[in-house]
Write a protein that binds this ligand. Structure first.
Ligand code: COA
Length: 165
């Protein structure tokens, strides 16, 4: 992967390809994808990053559209969610790729699928609270940082936004 970050506000670069053998990407509700999404989120956010497990699942999960990617063996490797829009502005969150699978394009494929879902339902922008350590990942997908950094769940974050054409 040799591309450079998209300039803020410009069209993002095309998504990276899925790993060669391709995978299954599902979009659905919490009843359908919740158990597998929870397992991934607990592994990444609670066990790896030390976030309080009480903060990990919330009432928004029942309202969100969830994405789940599985490897060709059916193992869940990536998850994220798209919340209902507020005045046309959607919010993406809980993006988590299994540690051993990072850097292979899973995160970008998942993010693009959630952005596309927001666009298709007519949202005009997507907002997210990015961990500072992941800011470059979102910049590459056409998001722009806005405002000052702040702390959330004990981790440095920054707001990022992408307009949807
Ligand atoms: C952040 C995260 C979702 C990225 O997923 P990923 O599958 O590793 O990312 P991809 O392989 O799809 O990367 C896509 C592009 O972003 C770049 N990238 C990935 N992670 C990055 C990071 N942390 N900082 C800067 N660039 C990054 C990749 O190099 C790649 O660039 P390229 O297309 O030019 O080669 C994943 O690392 C993760 O789950 N981290 C732990 C949890 C977390 O921080 N979640 C985000 C909460 S806001």
């Amino acid at each position: 992967m040799t591309t450079t970050p998209a300039a803020p506000g410009s069209d993002p670069l095309p998504a990276t390809a899925l790993p060669a053998s391709a995978a299954r990407l599902q979009l659905g509700g919490w009843e359908q994808l919740g158990p597998q999404a929870t397992a991934l989120r607990m592994a990444v956010f609670v066990h790896e990053q030390g976030i309080d497990p009480a903060l990990e699942l919330d009432e928004q999960d029942a309202l969100a559209l969830h994405a789940l990617a599985c490897d060709p063996q059916g193992q869940p490797v990536a998850t994220g969610r798209l919340l209902p829009a507020d005045q046309g502005v959607a919010r993406i969150g809980r993006m988590a790729v299994a540690r051993s699978q990072r850097g292979q394009g899973w995160g970008r494929v998942l993010l693009d699928a959630l952005v596309q879902a927001a666009r298709q339902r007519g949202d005009h922008a997507v907002l997210l609270h990015a961990q500072r350590s992941a800011e470059g990942f979102y910049l590459r997908a056409g998001f722009a940082s806005e405002g000052a950094a702040y702390e959330e769940a004990g981790i440095a974050h920054i707001n990022m936004r992408r307009a949807l054409a």
